[in-house]
Ligand binder design. Structure first.
Ligand code: GSH
Length: 204
């Protein structure tokens, strides 16, 4: 049994979906329900994963830890395919995720309406450049790893949900949209969404 600290619709959703892919039991805890979250993660972000007495931080190494530990077809064990899978995960986590972070920053920190919209537009332009790169990679292959779903696809599917409530035009190409829809419709992802929603209902 793993314990996963989450925020609704945050990047911890990908961690939960991958845990579901690996058929692992999860105790889900909303970050705000933790007594001393800063002891678990001094910078306060989700996901945090607890495996027995071990506390794990940072989304990508958490996923690699799980994928190394449990039998799966999501990532190669070694070689060039594994390197590519990690490169794709880092592209998602270290490039796409922070680009969306610019939208959150503008929303929370810029009070002048014109300045805020300019910051939104600049963020959207950076985000669209990244989605265009994903669309290029998906010419002739269904997923970033090839014919079958890979960890980076889960990360990108989660991030793709973040632009919807902002006054910007996020452009996601047709191959990318198809990949995202395929990931979101997987049982593992749907179960993760349902569990987050049930948690809100229980604690509301
Ligand atoms: N590099 C970190 C980034 C994690 C991150 O930024 N998480 C966001 C949610 S997606 C968060 O927890 N933000 C703090 C907050 O919203 O309170 C990781 O991949 O784990």
């Amino acid at each position: 049994m793993y314990t996963l600290y989450f925020l609704p619709d945050a990047c911890s959703l990908a961690t939960q979906a991958i845990l579901n892919e690996l058929n692992q039991a999860i105790e889900l805890i909303h970050k705000e329900d933790a007594e001393n979250y800063d002891v678990l993660n001094p910078v306060g972000t989700v996901p945090v994963l607890i495996d027995q007495n071990r506390v794990l931080n940072e989304g990508v190494p958490i996923l690699l830890y799980l994928l190394d530990k449990h039998e799966n077809n999501l990532i190669a064990r070694d070689g060039e395919d594994r390197h590519q899978a990690i490169e794709n995960m880092m592209f998602a986590n270290a490039s796409v995720h922070p680009a969306y972070g610019r939208l959150f920053f503008a929303e929370g920190n810029i009070t002048n309406n014109e300045g805020k919209q300019q910051a939104f537009d600049a963020a959207a332009s950076a985000i669209n450049k990244l989605w265009a790169a994903v669309e290029d990679k998906l010419q002739g292959q269904a997923y970033l790893g090839g014919d079958s779903v890979s960890p980076a696809d889960f990360l990108l599917a989660v991030y793709s949900r973040w632009g919807q409530s902002y006054p910007v035009d996020i452009v996601i190409g047709p191959n990318t949209r198809k990949m995202i829809d395929a990931v979101i419709s997987r049982d593992s992802f749907q179960t993760a969404l349902q569990r987050e929603s049930d948690y809100r209902a229980v604690t509301a």
